[in-house]
Write a protein of this length. Structure first.
Length: 304
């Protein structure tokens, strides 16, 4: 079991105090292939770039390394330019599980992003997977175990189906979203994202280092793939506001891979002031291998 210093588990710590600017939002939107809102509102997954890596940090044994296992995001208020935000975090749980490569340690962290008035803007639950380093350099074959992913600016953007649209009457259980086929970003773009988000692991910036850990090349970071999912949902369901986004990263996505995003409507709820729907989401590699599974909850006020 990974050793967590006494007093760190469950203790809230200050992570950052960030004044969001229009330039920060525009830079993030560009690197993940998005378009910033004219209102100065950041894309929902912008919050992942504010929490600054896997913090609070736990010292990993030298024969291990950490990868991004997944997250649950709650979006309570839009993050806007010109507002100062306080970011706090804590380690909520550490436990072991059996994976395809043996025993893994899971570190669960919670981060809270609040504006200068104390109003919660976003809540992030993240899971870090701690694995043993391989004894020898692995051959470039597909790794079929929990790994990490972060995605950025697309090299390809091919829409193969139309959006469902705004109207509640057009949406029913079983309606499919996508598919949307796109390529992953270049290693240079991924390195730029890693620098922006204070991601220090070399598997996002160095192909030799990534291969030394058993990957085929530079890994696309998980929060970037989450940005792809959020962008996909917004394209397919224009006018709906994202409330929650959960993702589990099953296998690594490598720069140069082709990915296909798709989804299906699984729940629909009538509210007193609008509608809420839940979608199951999927990112597959070009060969059909499932890389990311997730869910999104979106809401639309009455009368839209």
């Amino acid at each position: 079991m990974l050793h967590v210093p006494a007093g760190l588990l469950g203790r809230e710590v200050e992570l950052a105090c960030v004044t969001v600017t229009a330039e920060m939002i525009a830079s993030y939107a560009h690197i993940v292939g998005d378009v910033p809102a004219r209102s100065g509102e950041a894309p929902p997954t912008f919050c992942l770039s504010m929490r600054r890596g896997m913090t609070p940090e736990v010292q990993l044994p030298p024969d291990t390394f950490g990868v991004y296992g997944g997250h649950d995001l709650e979006f309570h208020q839009p993050i806007r330019a010109g507002v100062q935000y306080r970011v706090t975090g804590r380690i909520t749980e550490v436990y072991e599980k059996i994976g395809r490569s043996g025993t893994l340690t899971v570190v669960v962290r919670e981060a809270m992003i609040c504006d200068d008035g104390g109003t919660l803007a976003a809540r992030i639950i993240e899971r870090q997977i701690v694995r043993k380093r391989p004894g020898v350099v692995a051959q470039p074959t597909s790794t079929r175990e929990t790994a990490n992913a972060h995605a950025s600016a697309p090299q390809e953007d091919v829409r193969t189906s139309g959006a469902i649209g705004r109207l509640v009457t057009e949406i029913d259980l079983g309606h499919e979203l996508g598919p949307w086929r796109r390529s992953t970003p270049t290693a240079e773009v991924i390195a730029g994202y890693a620098g922006t988000a204070d991601i220090a692991e070399e598997l996002f910036t160095s192909a030799p280092a990534a291969r030394g850990l058993g990957y085929r090349g530079v890994v696309v970071p998980g929060p970037m793939l989450a940005a792809f999912l959020e962008h996909f949902v917004r394209r397919e369901l224009p006018g709906w506001r994202l409330e929650r986004l959960s993702a589990t990263f099953r296998v690594p996505t490598i720069t140069g891979d082709t990915i296909v995003l798709s989804g299906v409507i699984t729940e629909r709820h009538e509210l007193t002031d609008g509608e809420r729907i839940v979608c199951d989401l999927l990112i597959e590699h070009g060969d059909g291998e499932r890389a990311v599974t997730g869910t999104a909850t979106v809401r639309q006020p009455a009368g839209v």
